[in-house]
Design a protein around this ligand. Structure first.
Ligand SMILES: O=C(O)C1=C[C@@H](OP(=O)(O)O)[C@@H](O)[C@H](O)C1
Ligand SMILES: C=C(OP(=O)(O)O)C(=O)O
Length: 422
């Protein structure tokens, strides 16, 4: 799909989409709870739909209610098919693979698009220690596994992604029969683990930890209990809206929890540092109109998904902004350090990659041109936001990539007054 965005001034208000990080975790927790859980404000992104499909293949029954909520009936993991497909979701595959391994059946775990090249060797290393047989294509999909997972004290590496730990915690939470601990070295993206623990706790499953280095789980009477769970507004998707407001309008973004454990709430820090006009109310963030935006320095090591929106912001900030954490970007839907450099380069923004640091030279006019999403939702959204103040129309190729996390994104820009044609 081709989307064309004309330079536009934004106004009005919009509600942040549902967080796929919150929704996918809730689906997993509901699967692991015996009984009926209700999910309010369920997301509709491709990653969310993949999670709903996976839990049904693992035995849950999903009912869509008239008020838009969904009810998930489960008796625990009891696969009805031998293959599950996690779509293109990194969290989906890394969280649901240990969960699928709670059963003793042979299961093939597959995925699509960029997921087929993202690293999964963690499972080859760890699963044999947990009584799980595994065969992968040299650390890539498809994975063939056979459990049941038997939790034991284990030491893992957390430097590549927090998602593997999320999966282990979720699955251990359903199966420990004696106190066990997971020791994690060099954990990155820590706030995502806070979100995992928060969702687990909402479903009655407690986990404690010592400084994000050792996670302790004890047997409980009932491990997970069915809940009514409301999916949080998504700071990751909203970061694009907030940046759009900072560079191109005066808008209000609603539906975000200012106390959320979501990693990408940190976007507020960069927005303050660049000195845009920002006021925060109880359930509304007002942002804009554009003023002289100042270059900023930001460490995104623990919130890597903020790179794309912050690059769009930095492109309009006078001077050189720096963002730390480039090494965290290599294994996302694209190699995001490089794709940001290349696609923003087409619009005239110079980006230098210096070890773990990205330097963005901002403040000069961006050109209307043709860019490509590189099949990466966050690259498409970053280019779309940057287009709002370019000197001419920007054409985004493969623009439907946004469906992975934020299918309403272009419609929301239109609602805010942007001229978006698709
Ligand atoms: O747990 C999650 O919901 C996520 C964790 C992060 O991945 P890493 O832990 O690999 O950084 C993030 O980039 C991803 O978009 C979603
Ligand atoms: C990298 C992302 O997600 P995941 O790892 O779950 O595919 C993302 O949403 O930017």
């Amino acid at each position: 799909m081709i989307v064309k965005i004309k330079p536009s001034v934004l106004t009005g208000s919009v509600i942040a989409p549902a967080s796929k990080s919150s929704m996918q975790r809730a689906c997993a927790a509901a699967l692991l709870s015996e009984g009926a859980s209700e999910i309010i404000n369920p997301g509709k992104s491709n990653d969310d739909l993949a999670a709903l499909d996976v839990i049904q293949k693992l035995g849950a029954r999903v009912v869509e209610n008239e008020d838009g909520s969904i009810t998930i009936h489960s008796l625990g993991v009891d696969p009805i098919e031998e293959e599950i497909n996690c779509g293109e979701s990194g969290l989906g595959i890394r969280m649901f693979t240990p969960i699928a391994a709670l059963s003793n059946g042979h299961i093939t775990i597959n995925g699509t698009g960029s997921l087929s090249t993202r690293p999964m060797h963690f499972f080859d290393e760890i699963f044999p220690k947990l009584n799980i047989k595994i065969h992968s294509r040299e650390g890539k999909l498809p994975l063939q596994i056979q459990g049941p997972l038997v939790p034991s004290d284990i030491e893992v590496d957390g430097s590549l992604s927090s998602q593997f730990l999320t999966g282990l915690l979720m699955a251990y939470g359903a199966s420990v029969t004696k106190p066990v601990s997971i020791k994690v070295n060099n954990l990155k993206s820590k706030p995502y683990i806070d979100l995992t623990l928060k969702v687990m706790e909402s479903f009655g499953r407690k986990v404690t930890h010592t400084n994000y280095e050792v996670f302790h789980l004890e047997p409980q009477g009932k491990n997970y209990e069915p809940q009514v769970y409301t999916v949080e507004g998504d700071w990751s998707g909203a970061a694009f809206l907030l940046v759009a407001g900072a560079i191109s309008g005066k808008i209000t973004v609603k539906g975000l929890d200012l106390l959320s454990t979501q990693a990408d709430r940190e976007v507020m820090r960069a927005l303050k540092d660049c000195e845009c006009d920002l006021t925060v109310g109880p359930n509304a963030i007002n942002i804009g109109p554009p003023t002289d935006l100042k270059a900023f320095d930001f460490d995104a090591t623990d919130c890597p998904d903020l790179f794309p929106p912050l690059v769009a912001l930095a492109a309009y900030c006078g001077g050189t902004s720096t963002i730390k954490g480039v090494s965290r970007l290599a294994h996302k839907e694209s190699n995001r350090g490089l794709t940001l450099q290349e696609e923003f380069g087409k619009m005239g923004t110079k980006i230098t990659l210096q070890d773990d640091l990205m330097l963005i030279e901002g403040g000069s006019e961006l050109f209307g041109t043709t860019v490509h999403s590189r099949h990466d939702h966050r690259i498409a959204m970053a280019c779309a936001v940057a287009a709002l103040q370019a000197d001419d129309e920007v054409t985004i190729e493969d623009a439907e990539a946004i469906n992975k996390s934020y299918p309403d994104f272009y419609r929301h820009l239109q609602k805010l007054g942007a001229t978006v044609n698709f």
